[in-house]
Design a protein around this ligand. Structure first.
Ligand code: NAP
Length: 214
């Protein structure tokens, strides 16, 4: 398989890159700061996304994993904790960035009737509403909506789209207090991505196989 993973320089993205590389897959990881074999890509910048797609080249992409994300309003208080920029920056990465990445790589994904996996979050579910983190939740909810609709748009072409919650994971974003290691999240996610097919396109699932409500 030829696999592209955004935000592959650390955290869950780096874990996915190692896991697939160990399985002998061809993995093209991206990073805002290109280094080693990582291709440069800031998902908020259309020119950067276009040059990443050029670097990926004409060959087919069997699996695109949109993993890059930001959580800018962790612990922000409702009163005075939010400004317009916080919402803009969250949406630029977590929603628009996901769309721009998919749009740029779609010709390569279409070639192999490939699959698209989006790392969103249970925090994007409208059904769960514990309060707080309004910009993060709203941007991840927007990603869920975009991706559900893309699943419909791409169904006639045989391209499956899945949306995943990786668990609460010990990364810079998740913190040391989180429930599970990167390895646990990655092994669950790899299984979920393998199960993604035209029968399951549009799923919203946790790394451990639980179906999540939108
Ligand atoms: N950890 C959790 O508990 C948890 C829970 C639910 C969902 N998630 C989701 O899982 C995904 C990975 O999270 P993580 O825990 O691995 O977080 P992380 O360790 O903070 O890593 C985030 C990754 O996204 C990249 N990124 C941020 N802004 C970017 C941009 N504008 N363009 C390209 N890449 C960008 C970062 O690159 P830089 O190094 O350049 O900043 C980094 O590679 C995210 O989508 C996150 O929302 C995580």
């Amino acid at each position: 398989m030829r696999i592209v993973i955004t935000g592959a320089n650390r955290g869950i993205g780096a874990g996915l890159k190692s896991a697939y590389t160990m399985r002998g897959e061809e993995v093209l990881g991206t990073s805002r700061e290109p280094s080693g074999d990582l291709i440069g890509c800031d998902v908020t910048d259309p020119a950067s996304v276009a040059s990443m797609a050029e670097a990926v080249g004409d060959g087919p992409v069997d699996l695109l994993i949109c993993n890059a994300g930001v959580y800018l309003d962790k612990g922000a208080p409702l009163d005075g904790g939010y400004d317009a920029r916080l919402f803009q920056d969250s949406f630029a990465v977590n929603a628009t960035g996901v769309f721009l990445t998919i749009e740029a790589l779609l010709p390569a994904i279409r070639q192999s009737r490939g699959r698209i996996a989006i790392i969103s979050s249970a925090m994007g579910s409208d059904w769960r509403a514990p309060g707080g983190s309004l910009a993060y939740r709203a941007s991840k909810a927007a990603a869920l909506n975009i991706d559900r609709n893309l699943a419909t748009d791409l169904r006639p072409e045989g391209v499956a789209v899945g949306i995943y919650h990786p668990g609460w994971v010990r990364t810079r974003m998740g913190s040391e207090a989180a429930d599970i290691s990167v390895d646990e999240a990655v092994s669950g996610l790899v299984e979920r991505f393998s199960a993604l097919s035209m029968e399951t396109t549009g799923v919203f699932e946790s790394y451990d196989g639980q179906t999540l409500k939108f």
